[in-house]
Design a protein around this ligand. Structure first.
Ligand code: ATP
Ligand code: MG
Length: 252
């Protein structure tokens, strides 16, 4: 077996006295598309933030490409983050910058591209997400789906090896959501990246995942392909994927 690109081992994280992650183990292979599902508040975003050291664990490790990321500081940490592209849950665009400026911001900060190069990259990425026309608009002038697409264009601007998507379809109508899913599949296959998406949208999960991982009680409750999960006998998983208020998962 090749070494996984990302290996999460026995990850624990609590906030005050609230245990959010209590022993997460997960291996992600190069080129895989992983979707992490689970109830609101179960720690999906927290897990994702640990991958790029936006949060640090109380105990446990995240190893990326053979290196324990807890050891990375300064320049080395910046280099790690450059290998990632991230679409945040809220799209996190700067309202005072145009679409094109938002997409090119990371490249500008890297200081390794000329203005003309940045412009060319921005145009290419905006065209990939179908937003060439919106390049000079401001985020408030865009719909939710368009903002997500700008977020996607920004996530891929630096040609990352790994893409992290936090709730890429939440809050979008089903048709726009499907368009975003198609775009994600296209990016994952076309750019040959490894991707980790977190969502509670099962339609999206089935569409974009090679493997679906369910977080429950601070741990990985299930890990399998979309086909496998559809026929699982695990009652917790079955309740979640069928969206039922009745079952072992305590609601509310
Ligand atoms: N920086 C923080 N400080 C304190 N508590 C936090 C922090 N970040 C997350 N939490 C808590 O950790 C828990 C998990 O949060 P997280 O955002 O990971 O949930 P989630 O699974 O992404 O939920 P959703 O589906 O609603 O986005 C929540 O109880 C949240 O309040
Ligand atoms: Mg979240």
């Amino acid at each position: 077996m090749p070494e996984p690109l990302i290996q999460i081992t026995d990850l624990h994280k609590k906030f005050d006295r609230h245990n959010v992650l209590s022993g997460v183990n997960l291996k992600i292979n190069r080129g895989e598309s992983i979707v992490v599902i689970g109830q609101s508040g179960c720690g999906k975003s927290v897990l994702l933030k640990h991958l790029v050291k936006l949060l640090e664990p109380d105990s446990g490790t995240v190893v990326f490409d053979g290196q324990d990321i807890s050891e990375l500081q300064g320049r080395k940490l910046i280099n790690l983050r450059r290998r990632y592209g991230m679409l945040f849950q809220s799209a996190a665009l700067f309202d005072s910058l145009t679409v094109a400026e938002n997409v090119g911001l990371g490249l500008k900060e890297e200081r390794s591209h000329s203005r003309a190069e940045i412009e060319a990259i921005v145009n290419e990425k905006l065209s990939m997400v179908g937003l060439s026309e919106a390049r000079d608009k401001y985020p408030d002038e865009l719909s939710g789906g368009m903002r997500k697409r700008v977020g996607l264009a920004r996530a891929i601007a630096g040609d990352p090896e790994v893409l992290l998507y936090d709730e890429p379809t939440t809050g979008l109508d089903p048709i726009t959501a499907d368009m975003i899913n198609d775009l994600i599949v296209e990016l994952n296959t076309g750019l040959n990246v490894t991707s980790v998406a977190v969502t509670h949208d099962m339609t999206s999960a089935y569409k974009i995942a090679d493997r679906i991982v369910m977080l429950y009680g601070g741990k990985v409750e299930y890990d399998g392909t979309p086909e496998e999960i559809k026929s699982t006998s695990n009652e917790i998983v079955r309740q979640f994927i069928s969206g039922s208020a009745v079952g072992p998962i305590r609601v509310g």
